[in-house]
Design a protein around this ligand. Structure first.
Ligand code: SF4
Ligand code: SF4
Length: 168
């Protein structure tokens, strides 16, 4: 199975697993996924306030070269909650991240994988004061707690890599 087939299979399997959830569980999970999307948005906004847009443009996205397995089952489900089409990966772009394009990440901040929104290199964190860094770590903790809660609700590791989850 190549990456395109693996991705398509995992997307189908993740959707089917979500549809099998009891209605109450699905609603509970939807609410937590909305919280997760909010935390991701806030984390990216904190980095943007520190100048990440121009810093990362200048860097060329060095930390994005290992993004292939960052998208999780949970990340994919957020597109369902938002009634949006999931990101269309380009696995032929390697070594660039398959979820990136000429203008950077193809995903709006609220859909980006956890690894991507919690990592800021020293070029960005170095531009933050103590209060900004504290706010960043607080949001990261909230995000991690919400992801753990989503796992508990679903009774499975929704934060596992989508591409390694063809039997989701
Ligand atoms: S976070 Fe740092 S390493 Fe990653 S793209 Fe931005 S500047 Fe480059
Ligand atoms: S998903 Fe987006 S933010 Fe994450 S590594 Fe790929 S391009 Fe970078």
């Amino acid at each position: 199975m190549n990456d395109e087939q693996r991705w398509a299979s995992a997307v189908t399997a993740a959707g089917a697993a979500y549809e099998r959830l009891p209605a109450g569980t699905g609603a509970e999970l939807d609410a937590v996924i909305k919280q997760i999307m909010g935390h991701k948005q806030e984390l990216v906004e904190l980095a943007l306030a520190a100048g990440s847009a121009s810093i990362c443009r200048g860097c060329g996205g060095e930390c994005c070269l290992s993004g292939k397995y960052h998208v999780s089952v949970l990340d994919l489900l957020s597109y369902r909650i938002a009634a949006a089409d999931p990101v269309a990966p380009n696995f032929g772009a390697a070594p660039a991240c398959p979820y990136s394009g000429m203008s950077g990440c193809l995903m709006p901040p609220r859909f980006r994988p956890m690894t991507c929104v919690v990592f800021n290199c020293e070029l960005i964190e170095g531009r933050m004061g103590p209060n900004e860094r504290a706010a960043l770590y607080e949001r990261e903790n909230l995000l991690r707690e919400a992801i753990a809660q989503a796992n508990r609700i679903a009774g499975s590791r929704l934060d596992r890599a989508l591409l390694l989850s063809c039997d989701a």
